[in-house]
Ligand binder design. Structure first.
Ligand SMILES: C[S@@+](CC[C@H](N)C(=O)[O-])C[C@H]1O[C@@H](n2cnc3c(N)ncnc32)[C@H](O)[C@@H]1O
Length: 243
């Protein structure tokens, strides 16, 4: 992982080379695993904590933004099943065409590009089915967030409170769109995982940190308490209501 990081930071100085390198790396990487080393562990911890906070009762639903091959989604499903969380439903949101056009501040360090992390819906469904996911409690919602996340979708899904939210969609724009849609679903005791918290080296005014800052400016009744940080760029929060 350290070598991969070093090669990546060198190639980032030459965006066309970085894109080619990234495409080759992902095309050769056939395994069913997460792109993020620490994400599976963070998901396990999120569900364990949710179960504890809800004293064994229903914890709410799971919302994941950014599936790629579906591994983190599978991990959430599998963990909840092991814990006996029968009430939880699982929603996965992805374009299944990779990242949208990367614009404005999201362009800043050249790490992300349009079409990156593309994996077809058919392949994701195959991966999940092969690993024992029963689609009765699972729904995959296809499309770019900017086009699909609206109030009608909430009604169509019968969206309920979020128990665990996984935001693994890299960009400020994608995370912001997801967080705007999640307003009202994120509440007291929701656990929110930002897999790209430190993806932008310049910090707070970019990426997921900026998206959360703006969410909290709109939702002044909520507090996000850091729970853990994990490899490579992730951070998990517990939401509570201000008294
Ligand atoms: C880094 S990958 C997800 C990795 C996955 N959770 C894992 O651990 O293997 C990011 C995903 O976010 C999706 N994505 C990002 N922005 C999006 C947007 N605005 N609309 C739809 N999908 C988006 C991409 O298609 C891609 O599948």
């Amino acid at each position: 992982m350290a070598i991969k990081g070093k090669i990546e930071s060198i190639l980032r100085h030459c965006p066309p080379l970085f894109r080619i390198g990234s495409r080759i790396y992902h095309a050769m990487n056939f395994g069913f695993k997460s792109l993020s080393a620490g994400a599976p562990g963070a998901i396990k911890e999120a569900f364990r904590l949710a179960e504890e906070l809800h004293s064994g009762g229903p914890i709410g639903d799971y919302y994941e933004f950014g599936l790629y091959k579906g591994y983190t989604f599978f991990e959430a499903y599998h963990t909840a099943k092991k814990l006996g969380l029968r009430d939880t439903r699982f929603y996965g949101f992805d374009s299944f065409q990779g990242l949208p056009e990367v614009e404005d501040a999201d362009k800043s360090d050249g790490r992300f590009f349009e079409g990156q992390f593309a994996c077809t819906r058919k392949q994701v469904e195959k991966n999940l089915s092969r690993h024992g996911v029963d689609f009765k409690k699972v729904q995959l919602i296809e499309g770019f967030y900017e086009d699909i996340l609206d109030e009608q979708l909430k009604k169509d899904l019968g969206a309920r409170a979020a128990g665990v939210v996984m935001l693994d969609c890299d960009l400020y724009s994608s995370t912001n769109t997801a967080l705007v849609w999640l307003e009202g679903l994120i509440n007291d005791k929701t656990i929110v995982i930002f897999d790209d918290w430190y993806s932008f080296t310049e910090g707070k005014e970019l990426g997921q940190q900026r998206a959360l800052k703006e969410f909290l400016q709109r939702n002044t009744h909520l507090r996000f308490k850091p729970v853990i940080e994990y490899e490579r760029n992730g951070k998990m929060f517990l939401v509570s209501k201000k008294s």
